[in-house]
Design a binder for this molecule. Structure first.
Ligand SMILES: CC(C)(COP(=O)(O)OP(=O)(O)OC[C@H]1O[C@@H](n2cnc3c(N)ncnc32)[C@H](O)[C@@H]1OP(=O)(O)O)[C@@H](O)C(=O)NCCC(=O)NCCS
Length: 178
C-alpha cells in the first residue's frame, strides 16, 4: 500500500466494487462531470474497467483509496495513459461524497505524485478537470501543479459545454512536502 498523511492507496478489493458503483458511478452528475463520455449505468457483476481491474493493462494503474486510520474505503485513484517513451501520465481521482472536503483529495494527489515520479520514474504528470471544479484545481495546485491552458468548451456536461483546465507538474518542480 502507498501511504500519504491520511489516506492509503491499495489494490482494488472485490468488496470495494459495489460501494464504488453505488456511491460514485451511479451518480449521474458526478459521472457526467468526471468521465469523458456520457453517463450510463453499470450493471452489477459486469466487468466494467472503472471497477474491475485488468492487471494486464500496463498503461493504467487503478487504486482504491482508504483512510489510513481504520481502513474505510473512501474512493478511487488512477494513474492512466502511462507513456513510457515520453515518461508521462495522467492522474484521476474520485472520492465518495461523504469523504469530500476533508483534505483527502490533496493527499491522494500527493501519493499519486510519489507513485508517478518515484516508483515509476516518470517526468511529467497531467490533470484535466472542469474549470469550475475548484476542489480538484486546489488539490492539484497544492501539490505544485500549474495551469497550462484552458480547453474552451471541450466538455459536454448535462446540457452545456464547459471549459476544462489542463494542469501539469514536472518531476524537477515537484516538492515532496508541498
Ligand atoms: C475533487 C476531489 C477529488 C477533491 O478532493 P477533496 O478531498 O474534496 O478536496 P480537499 O478537501 O483536499 O480540498 C482541496 C482544496 O479545495 C478546497 N475545496 C474543497 N471543496 C471545495 C468546494 N466545494 N469548493 C471550493 N473549494 C473547495 C479546500 O478548501 C481545499 O483548499 P485549501 O487547500 O486552500 O484549504 C473531490 O471533491 C471529489 O472526488 N469530487 C468529485 C469527483 C471529482 O470531481 N473528481 C475529479 C475529476 S477531474
Amino acid at each position: 500500500m502507498l501511504r500519504g498523511d491520511t489516506v492509503g492507496l491499495r489494490a482494488r478489493h472485490e468488496e470495494d466494487v459495489p460501494v464504488l458503483r453505488t456511491e460514485l458511478y451511479d451518480d449521474v452528475v458526478n459521472g457526467s462531470r468526471s468521465e469523458a463520455g456520457p453517463w450510463r449505468p453499470i450493471t452489477p457483476g459486469s466487468k466494467d474497467p472503472r471497477l474491475v481491474v485488468d492487471d494486464k493493462e500496463q498503461r493504467h494503474v487503478p487504486f482504491s483509496v482508504v483512510e489510513l486510520e481504520g481502513g474505510t474505503l473512501v474512493g478511487t485513484a488512477t494513474l492512466w495513459g502511462i507513456d513510457t517513451h515520453n515518461r508521462c501520465a495522467h492522474i484521476g481521482l474520485g472520492l465518495l461524497p461523504s469523504a469530500r472536503g476533508k483534505g483527502y483529495g490533496t493527499d491522494v494527489v500527493a501519493v499519486l505524485c510519489h507513485y508517478g515520479f518515484v516508483v515509476r520514474g516518470l517526468h511529467r504528470l497531467q490533470i484535466e478537470t472542469l474549470a469550475d471544479n475548484h476542489a480538484m484545481l486546489r488539490s492539484a495546485e497544492r501539490n505544485g501543479f500549474v495551469r497550462e491552458g484552458v480547453l474552451r468548451s471541450s466538455a459536454w456536461v448535462l446540457g452545456e459545454f464547459l471549459d476544462e483546465v489542463l494542469l501539469g507538474l514536472l518531476a524537477e518542480d515537484w516538492k515532496r512536502d508541498s
